[in-house]
Design a protein around this ligand. Structure first.
Ligand SMILES: [Zn+2]
Length: 123
C-alpha cells in the first residue's frame, strides 16, 4: 500500500482512494470524466514525462501538478506561473513537492541547478 496521496484531499475523496486501493477502482471513478466523450481514464504520463489528469471542471486533460496546486489554492493559475517539482521528479505531484514560480524565476532556478550539477561532475 502506498501513502503518496496528498493530505489535503477532503475526507470523502480519501475514502474513495482507500476503497479504490482495495478494489483497483480508479479513485475518482464516477466523479471524473463522467459522460464526456474525450474522457479516456483518470490520468496518463505524457510525452514529457508529466502526469496529465482529467480536469473535472474544464473537461480536458491538464498537467496534474497544476491541477493539484490549483485545487490547493482554490483558484486557476495563469500560464505565466510555473508549478515546479522541488525534487525534480516530474511524477511526484504531492503538494509538498510543488512550488509556484514566475517563468523567469523558474528558468533561473534550473540554470543554477545545472551549474551546480556540472560543478559536482567536474569535482
Ligand atoms: Zn522546475
Amino acid at each position: 500500500m502506498n501513502h503518496t496521496f496528498g493530505k489535503s484531499r477532503p475526507k470523502k475523496i480519501k475514502e474513495k482512494i482507500s476503497k479504490s486501493l482495495l478494489g483497483n477502482i480508479p479513485w475518482n471513478k464516477g466523479m471524473a470524466g463522467g459522460k464526456s466523450p474525450q474522457f479516456k481514464g483518470d490520468r496518463f504520463i505524457d510525452k514529457d514525462g508529466y502526469y496529465r489528469a482529467w480536469d473535472t471542471k474544464k473537461l480536458s486533460y491538464r498537467p496534474e501538478h497544476r491541477i493539484v496546486m490549483e485545487k490547493t489554492m482554490n483558484k486557476t493559475l495563469p500560464q505565466s506561473l510555473i508549478v515546479h517539482h522541488k525534487d525534480n521528479n516530474r511524477i511526484n505531484n504531492k503538494i509538498e513537492n510543488l512550488a509556484i514560480m514566475e517563468r523567469s524565476e523558474h528558468s533561473k532556478w534550473h540554470r543554477l541547478e545545472r551549474v551546480e550539477i556540472e560543478r559536482e561532475i567536474k569535482g
